[in-house]
Design a protein around this ligand. Structure first.
Ligand code: IPM
Ligand code: MN
Length: 367
């Protein structure tokens, strides 16, 4: 099968983790007999520097012409004082919009061999397996009007949280459908005691829930859900929530399972899927070879599963991550003080090697 992928390494640790994820993807293509066609383009700060645009047209066209996009990270302190549309993040937000990627899936799974990484006691965090379904194209991120006006000292800034019924319906359906592949529980997170958007959200999600009588639906306010995530993370299955709440809760979930560096994401719903680790560009550690590539590598697994419908290949990558963590390999973010650490590159190479051996073992078994 042909796999047409655009890679957007982006800023900070983006290029380091993306190149490891690509190594793994190449090994998958090789080992399972797929034809990988890769196109690398600029986004974010690197694109701003080179073209004065965080999402150059050539990048967007390449993404639209491919089947899936693998993104590293965007964001750099060099552009902190730029106007909004000339910040690296603006490139990513526009890309999500252009790709119609309204459903952002962010799994947060606890790996038993990483028990010591979570700040929570093992008996609290053991068994955690959460899927955050974050609405990605609405709410405060995109709502109009938005502005900052006035003279320094007396300025005013405005953002708008806006949701329409169809926007809520379509993301709710994604969450309920995914819940059917899991433990059949959806927790819808809102702030309906204060916000109109959330009242509409709760009403629409409840209505869509009637189409999924086999899925248990509960509602919780976001502040209370944040506390519960820390106190009893194992009680969550699918969390369905709006854009900003999902952004915040997914970093929290990363902390709960031990490192944000482990979290992968899939942004789907449009014609081209966008896959990226949940972590940011981490400029403080960029270029040192110590970043954790597992979030990017697990994003490749999500790409194989969601865009290419290749579950065996996806499972092979995930099995690789589990095996290599089981073998004691740790990037710095995962290591306890007495543990040896490996570089970004070595971690990637270990997973790639696992995939190579597993694919060939499968070949031998089949012949
Ligand atoms: C994320 C990031 C982005 C977001 C930024 C970089 C625009 O934090 O993917 O979680 O807020 O969506
Ligand atoms: Mn975020």
């Amino acid at each position: 099968m042909e796999l047409r992928v655009t890679s957007l390494p982006g800023d900070g640790i983006g290029p380091e983790v993306t190149s490891q994820a690509i190594c793994v993807l190449e090994e998958v293509a090789d080992g399972f007999g797929h034809d990988l066609e890769l196109d690398e383009k600029e986004i974010g700060g690197v694109a701003l520097e080179k073209f004065g645009n965080p999402l150059p047209d050539a990048t967007l066209q390449a993404c639209l012409a491919s089947q899936a996009v693998l993104l590293g990270a965007v964001g750099s302190p060099a552009f902190d004082h730029n106007p909004r549309e000339l910040r690296p993040e603006a490139g990513l937000l526009r890309l999500r919009q252009e790709l119609g990627a309204f459903a952002n899936l962010r799994p947060a799974v606890f790996f038993p061999m990483l028990a010591g990484c979570s700040p929570l006691r093992e008996e609290i965090v053991k068994g955690t397996d959460i899927l955050i379904v974050r609405e990605l194209l609405g709410g405060l991120y995109f709502g109009q009007p938005r502005s900052m006006e006035g003279a320094p000292g007396g300025r005013q800034a405005v953002n708008t949280m806006r949701y329409s019924e169809p926007e809520i319906e379509r993301i709710a359906r994604v969450a309920f459908q995914l819940a059917r592949t899991r433990r059949r529980r959806v927790l819808s997170v809102d702030k309906s005691n204060v916000l109109e958007c959330s009242r509409l959200w709760r009403e629409v999600v409840t209505r869509i829930g009637h189409d999924f009588p086999d899925v248990q639906l509960c509602h919780q306010y976001v502040d209370s859900a944040a506390m519960a995530l820390v106190l009893k993370p194992t009680e969550f299955d699918v969390i369905l929530t709006e854009n900003m709440f999902g952004d915040i809760l997914s970093d929290l979930a990363g902390g709960v399972v031990g490192s944000l560096g482990l979290l992968a994401s899939a942004s789907i719903g449009g014609p081209v899927g966008l896959f990226e680790p949940v972590h940011g560009s981490a400029p403080d550690i960029a270029g040192q070879g110590i970043a954790n590539p597992l979030g990017a590598i697990l994003s490749v697994a999500l790409m194989l599963r969601h865009t290419f419908q290749l579950p065996k290949e996806a499972e092979c990558v995930e099995a690789g991550v589990i095996a290599i963590l089981g073998g004691g390999f740790r990037t710095r973010d995962l290591a306890r003080p007495d543990e040896r650490t490996v570089s970004t590159e070595e971690m990637g190479a270990q997973i790639a090697e696992f995939v190579r051996l597993a694919a060939h073992a499968g070949e031998r078994a089949a012949s």
